[in-house]
Structures are given as structure tokens and as C-alpha cells.
Design a protein around this ligand. Structure first.
Ligand code: PLP
Length: 442
């Protein structure tokens, strides 16, 4: 009934969102622009954002910890981004010819991520698709390995093993390749071999059972779509060596971790250099952007025209101007110190609240991102995540929302993102709402 009260409060505040949604359902399929914008108990339509805040169409202002699914490291309408993008708009926004900002951005990424050559796209999906394609072209092998439950975007080869229940997914140590929905050809899904996160034996088994057939593996170095799960010690380094020993490559999907956990992403933070890195989200500072970086061996295939990495909007001048500003001006050393300060307040504060009220749970956090996981055991992989009951996550989302803090919807699985424009007051409000929930339930 506490959840019912919270839901009622939410619905009472968001009438205009529901009116718009009802009225547009005849022209906008499903009443939203992307399925994930429609989480229970309803889509919230946004009017504008500024600094650490967003305002919905009912006029309610929220501290934004959703960050547009982790994009928002710069916050909203950051003056430096507004100036750079504004200037670029006045000088023309699209030519499908290169502009000099693309070079500046590529150099900045090479410096941060330790991989020398880069290309651009428009989303995380395009970046992970390029990674899969490059590994296939480089090896002439068609199979790839991915981690169970890991989300890498919406192209066919990675739309495998992202299911709401593991009922038909086979044993935990050897998950079957289950396609995500009817659009994925079963023959293609079979080319994607699924392993549990953190399990090196499963990867070795896959390599031995498919000799000379595996092009490489794509993995989120820190899993960020099922709560937040760091890798076991030594996992990623051993993974790299194991794959390379079998003539296969390792691609890091750093779409979420990329600029958020350290200036050079999880690869820098954890000290593992993969063959490829996929970026998106925060890189564009709020504009749609993706990037792929890699070794000369792999990226040389693009340079030589063996793999055609293309796209009308690749390296779009507007996006490149924003990305240049993100990398050179906004996400400087001070920004990372700021993220660390806020991270400490949030994680230590949240743990204190859980302890004080005897609520089961723990906090995982890195840089600008973190999550409260309301569970008495550490989640290690997707099966653990599926076993973890989602009642607290959803209640928490509602308490935060009604208390003026916007977390990513789908309560159980998404984490907070702070920006350079968030302050201590913003994150303390998060703790106040968590405490309110803990008090109601204790
Ligand atoms: N990879 C990861 C880890 C993601 O979290 C996402 C998006 O949520 C993607 C890839 C796909 O990115 P996009 O939605 O920009 O295509």
C-alpha cells in the first residue's frame, strides 16, 4: 500500500504527461519515441533542462540523476556546450565532409583511452556494431561471444540473451543463445555464444568448442545495465590474453563507463587495454554521438577500405563541436574530482541510511555513476540479478520521483549519473528521499 500511495502521488502530479501521451497515441507509435521512455507507472514528458535540473510538462522541477540514460555528465544547457553548438549552428551543421573538430576529438580520445585510431557514428548501437563487424572482418570468423544479460544496443548480433527471465535460457554456467524478440534471425542468434559475466572457464570452453570460429568477445568492463557489477579481480586482463591466444579479439563496450568512471574509462581505471573500445552517450554532451577506437591492426582495416565504416551523419559538425567541448573544456581534472566528491557523499550517505533502518542493500559506485542495490547478497552476474526481487527498486524510484529526484526508470536496473553542474544539495536530496522510504518500510 506504501507503493500504491507513492503511485497515486506520482499520477496526481503528472496529469499533463498522461494527457499528451493519450492525445498522441494515434501518430506516435505507443505514445513515446523509444520504448524505454515508457516505464511504469507512466512516461514523464519533459519541457526543458538547465544545470542539474529538468522540468516536466506539469511544471515540476527535478534534480536529474537520470542523465538521459547516462549521457548527462555535462548537465543541461552547459554554457560551454551552448556556445560551441550555437557557433556551429550559425556556420552550418551538416556537409557529409570532414570538419577539423573530428581530428581534435580523435586526438583527445586517443590520449584518454590509449588506443591510437578512431572513427565516429551516432549511437552506442553503431559503435558496438562496428566492433562486431571489425572483429569478423579481421579474423574471417563469424561467431562472437557476449555476456548473458549484457545490453550492447539494438543490432541483431547483440540482441541475444537479454531476457526478462532465464526460464528458457538453459543452465547458468552455459546459457543458451536466446534471441531478443522475433526480429532477430535465429540463425544469426546462434552465432552469438553467451557466457556468464566473470566466468573465464565458460569463455575458454566456448573457444575450445568452436575452434577457429570465434572472432572476438564484446563485454562491458563494468556491467551497468543490471544494477552495477564490477568485474572480478583479474578477469578482464586474463580474458584479453585468453582471447588473443585463440586468435580472437576483445572489445570493451564503454558506452556507459567511457567518460564516466575515469577520464579514460574503465580501461584506464582497471588497467586493461582491449583491442577495441566503443563509446557513445556522454561523448556528445547531449547530442547523438558514437565512436569506436582500436589498434592499428583493426582500425587499419578501415583505413585500407577492407571494412567500410560509413554513415551520412558520421562526424557530424554539430556533434563534433559538442564532443570537442566535452573532452577539452568540460570534463577536465576538476570535473573528475567533483564526481568523486559527490560519489563519496552519495555512497557513504546511502549506506548509512540502509544501516540505520536495517534495510538490506549495498551501494556500487564509480566516478559519476552508482546504484543502490536492495539485496543482501552481492550481484555477480545476470542470474543473480534476475533472482533479486525488484519491489525495492521500483519503490525507491517512486520515492525519489515524488521527492523531486529523477532516476532512470525501470527501477531495478538503472543507476544514477551526476554531472559537473550537480552540487552537494542535489545529491543530499537523493539521500533524504532514500531515508523517507527506509523510514516508511522499516
Ligand atoms: N551499450 C551499452 C552498455 C548501453 O548501455 C547502451 C544503451 O543504453 C548501448 C550500448 C546502446 O547505445 P544507444 O542506445 O546509443 O544505441
Amino acid at each position: 500500500s506504501m507503493i500504491a500511495d507513492q503511485e497515486a502521488a506520482f499520477l496526481a502530479r503528472t496529469g499533463e504527461s498522461r494527457r499528451i501521451r493519450r492525445d498522441c497515441a494515434d501518430v506516435l507509435a505507443g505514445g513515446v519515441a523509444s520504448n524505454w521512455q515508457d516505464a511504469p507507472p507512466g512516461a514523464v514528458w519533459i519541457s526543458h533542462g538547465s544545470g542539474s535540473r529538468i522540468v516536466d510538462v506539469d511544471g515540476t522541477s527535478y534534480v536529474d540523476l537520470h542523465g538521459g540514460f547516462g549521457v548527462g555528465l555535462v548537465g543541461h544547457a552547459h554554457p560551454a556546450i551552448v556556445a560551441a553548438v550555437g557557433e556551429r549552428v550559425r556556420r552550418g551543421t551538416h556537409f557529409a565532409q570532414p570538419t577539423e573538430d573530428a581530428v581534435v576529438v580523435a586526438r583527445a580520445l586517443a590520449r584518454r583511452f590509449g588506443l591510437p585510431m578512431w572513427r565516429f557514428g551516432n549511437s552506442g548501437t553503431e559503435a558496438t556494431m562496428d566492433a562486431v563487424h571489425l572483429m569478423r572482418v579481421a579474423t574471417g570468423r563469424m561467431k562472437i561471444i557476449k555476456v548473458e544479460g549484457s545490453y550492447h544496443g539494438h543490432h541483431d548480433s547483440v540482441e541475444v540473451s537479454v531476457y526478462p527471465s532465464a526460464e528458457d535460457a538453459g543452465p547458468a554456467f552455459r546459457p543458451r543463445s536466446v534471441r531478443q524478440g522475433l526480429a532477430v534471425p535465429p540463425d544469426l542468434a546462434r552465432l552469438t555464444i553467451v557466457v556468464p559475466f566473470g566466468d573465464l572457464e565458460a569463455v575458454e570452453r566456448a573457444l575450445i568448442e568452436n575452434p577457429g570460429e570465434i572472432a572476438g568477445m564484446i563485454v562491458e568492463p563494468i556491467m551497468m545495465n543490471i544494477g552495477l557489477i564490477p568485474p572480478p579481480d583479474g578477469y578482464l586482463g586474463t580474458l584479453k590474453a585468453l582471447l588473443n591466444r585463440h586468435g580472437a579479439y576483445l572489445a570493451f563496450d564503454e558506452v556507459k563507463t567511457g567518460l564516466a568512471v575515469a577520464p579514460g574509462g574503465a580501461s584506464e581505471l582497471l588497467g586493461v587495454a582491449p583491442d577495441l573500445i566503443c563509446l557513445a552517450k556522454a561523448l556528445g554532451g547531449g547530442l547523438p554521438c558514437g565512436a569506436i577506437g582500436g589498434t592499428p591492426e583493426l582500425m587499419g582495416l578501415i583505413a585500407e577500405g577492407v571494412y567500410e565504416q560509413v554513415g551520412t551523419f558520421n562526424g557530424n559538425p554539430l556533434t563534433m563541436a559538442a564532443a570537442r567541448t566535452v573532452l577539452l573544456d568540460v570534463l577536465n581534472d576538476g570535473a573528475y574530482r567533483h564526481f568523486e566528491r559527490l560519489r563519496a557523499i552519495m555512497s557513504e550517505g546511502a549506506v548509512a541510511v540502509l544501516r540505520a533502518h536495517g534495510l538490506a542493500g549495498y551501494v556500487q559506485s564509480f566516478g559519476a555513476k552508482g546504484a543502490v542495490i536492495f539485496h543482501d547478497r552481492l550481484l555477480r552476474n545476470y542470474r543473480d540479478f534476475l533472482d533479486y526481487p525488484d519491489q525495492w527498486g521500483q519503490a525507491h524510484w517512486l520515492y525519489q520521483h515524488n521527492g523531486g529526484v529523477f532516476l532512470p526508470p525501470w527501477g531495478k536496473c538503472e543507476q544514477w549519473t551526476v554531472s559537473v553542474q550537480h552540487g552537494e544539495d542535489d545529491v543530499r536530496r537523493f539521500l533524504v528521499n532514500l531515508e523517507r522510504m527506509a523510514r516508511d518500510y522499516a
